[in-house]
Design a protein around this ligand. Structure first.
Ligand code: BG6
Length: 508
């Protein structure tokens, strides 16, 4: 679609049907394929958004037959919700499995045979969407091997071969740049779709709608009116069975580098001239480039890293991070990060952006809150406004998706007393349309060739530049992360960070 207007703000409700295609999932025996990708493909087929000539080829190291794979995928779809038999039959006819090592040439030779067969039997017509859901260390290998066999090349005029890459994209700035170089040896940037599933969430996209489809918010969306911004990505769950991955990642790489900074970019960016992929991504990059990079000494004063200990979440006693299966009992991996960032540009100079994320916090809640400045002069006695907090606009990304505006109102009665009240917009109540699952939306966009909601190479690098000083300083720091009990809002130091500025974290 190159530079066409993004359908986000136009033609809403118009179904877009993708072209015949073979979707090749590398890492097909993994969790993401069963939990997200296959249910998303099924939902898209059920919603008539996929061509009936859509095949799905799983590639993985587990030895599975086509029938085994079909059975697994059927289970995955059943677990996700009611099965649309017509949609399932359409997908099942084109389900294939190729087992083999990702670095093994033979895997790709056999894959090619399967793909050619599908072009003939199902009519996938040479279009390919490769989805890399493997361990990140083999991303470059898979793309290299695809290149060696020429599988990365579009099959002809009007055909496509695209590669979707899961996060994490690198583990620091250097490795991200290296990975990018390896990908670009084989692929053009237009073929690469770096996924961040947060951008597939309706409410994250709604930041764009809220800001740029309304005239009442943008005039106050700047340093003159905004006192501070808080971005919270809170999870009640612990590390679960993902310690193998999480021990290497930690909250900074897992959430801040991607999801949290993507939300920050959408909140902070300038209005794009058009909703084109380039228009939006250029502005996001500019916002990220304006983030003031922390110096090593600022990492100590502007950031907090924490690790959960044992505690109680939602009435259940839970172990601490160090007691979780497969976690090194002396691990310094952080499960909580809070930080104060500055954005050095005309719009945001002097407005702190507070970010926090953590596992085993009291509840699952992702939200962004703009706190507004106090009025220049409060014409009431202090006793009349004791319950008046700052005006705030809160975008609830999940759960309970919606927007809240907090402002002061007179308490009914003889006395003149002002108290903060909320005006609420709830997605669930306002729309009957069910929001698409993030992966559904993003897979469909990748199939349609719309890169707007995927991360461009310069965005990834800029996000790494922002977190790199933290990675470096923490790698040198012999102290463990600050402990916090599971079920609490993180280490005390995170509260002090805001208290220093006379502010407090919101309680979502
Ligand atoms: C993933 C992280 O990217 O996002 C997980 O790897 C995290 O650790 C998840 O739990 C959160 O996503 P969501 O959609 O549940 O907010």
């Amino acid at each position: 679609m190159a530079d066409d207007t993004h359908p986000l703000l136009e033609g809403l409700g118009v179904e877009r049907v993708s072209e015949p295609v073979a979707v090749v999932i590398f890492g097909a025996s993994g969790d993401l394929t069963s939990r997200k990708l296959m249910p998303a493909l099924h939902a898209l087929m059920a919603g008539n958004q996929l061509s009936p000539a859509t095949a799905v080829v799983g590639v993985g190291r587990s030895e599975l037959s086509d029938d085994d794979f079909r059975e697994r995928m059927r289970k995955a779809v059943e677990e996700a919700g009611p099965v649309d038999e017509r949609a399932w039959q359409a997908l099942a006819a084109g389900l294939r499995y190729v087992s083999g090592g990702y670095g093994d040439e033979d895997t790709y030779r056999r894959l090619e045979v399967v793909l050619d067969g599908l072009d003939e039997r199902i009519g996938t017509s040479g279009n390919r969407l490769y989805y890399l859901s493997t361990p990140p260390r083999v991303f470059a290998t898979v793309v290299h091997r695809l290149g060696q066999r020429g599988l990365h090349r579009p099959a002809g005029e009007g055909k496509f071969a695209r590669v979707v890459i899961e996060k994490p994209f690198g583990r620091d700035l250097r490795s991200a740049v290296q990975l990018d170089e390896a990908l670009h040896e084989v692929l053009d940037e237009e073929q690469i779709y770096r996924i961040d599933h947060y951008l597939g969430k309706e409410t994250v996209q709604n930041v764009l709608a809220l800001r740029f489809a309304n005239s009442i918010f943008e005039p106050v969306w700047n340093r003159r009116y905004v006192d501070s911004v808080q971005i919270t990505v809170a999870e009640a769950s612990g590390v679960g069975h993902r310690a193998g991955f999480y021990e290497e990642a930690g909250a900074l790489r897992d959430i801040v580098q991607n999801h949290a900074l993507q939300v920050l970019a959408l909140m902070a960016m300038e209005p794009p001239a058009s909703m084109s992929p380039k228009g939006i991504r250029d502005e996001k990059v500019k916002a990220l480039e304006a983030v003031d990079l922390l110096t090593p000494s600022e990492v100590a004063t502007e950031t907090v890293r924490g690790q959960y200990g044992p505690g109680w979440v939602a009435g259940e006693e839970v172990p601490g991070y160090l007691e979780e299966p497969d976690v090194d009992p002396s691990s310094h991996t952080e499960t909580y990060v809070a930080m104060r960032l500055r954005i050095d540009n005309w719009r945001w100079a002097g407005v702190p952006f507070y970010l926090r994320t953590g596992k085993r916090l009291p509840k699952r809640a992702t939200e962004v809150a703009l706190g507004f400045k106090a009025v220049p002069h409060l014409p009431f006695a202090a006793t009349q406004a004791t319950e008046l907090g700052p005006n705030a606009l809160v975008l609830r990304i999940q759960p309970d998706e919606g927007i809240t505006l907090r402002f002061g109102a007179k308490v009914p009665g003889q006395a003149f007393e002002v108290r903060s009240v909320s005006m609420d917009f709830s997605y669930g109540a306002a729309f009957i349309e069910a929001p698409a699952e993030a992966y559904e939306r993003l897979l469909h966009d990748a199939l349609l060739g719309d890169p707007t909601l995927f991360i461009r190479t310069d965005e990834v690098e800029q996000a790494w530049r922002i977190v790199q000083p933290l990675l470096d300083a923490w790698a040198e720091d012999p102290h463990p992360p600050a402990p916090y009990a599971a079920g609490t809002w993180g280490p005390a130091r995170a509260d002090e960070l805001l208290a220093e500025d006379g502010r407090t974290w919101r309680r979502p």
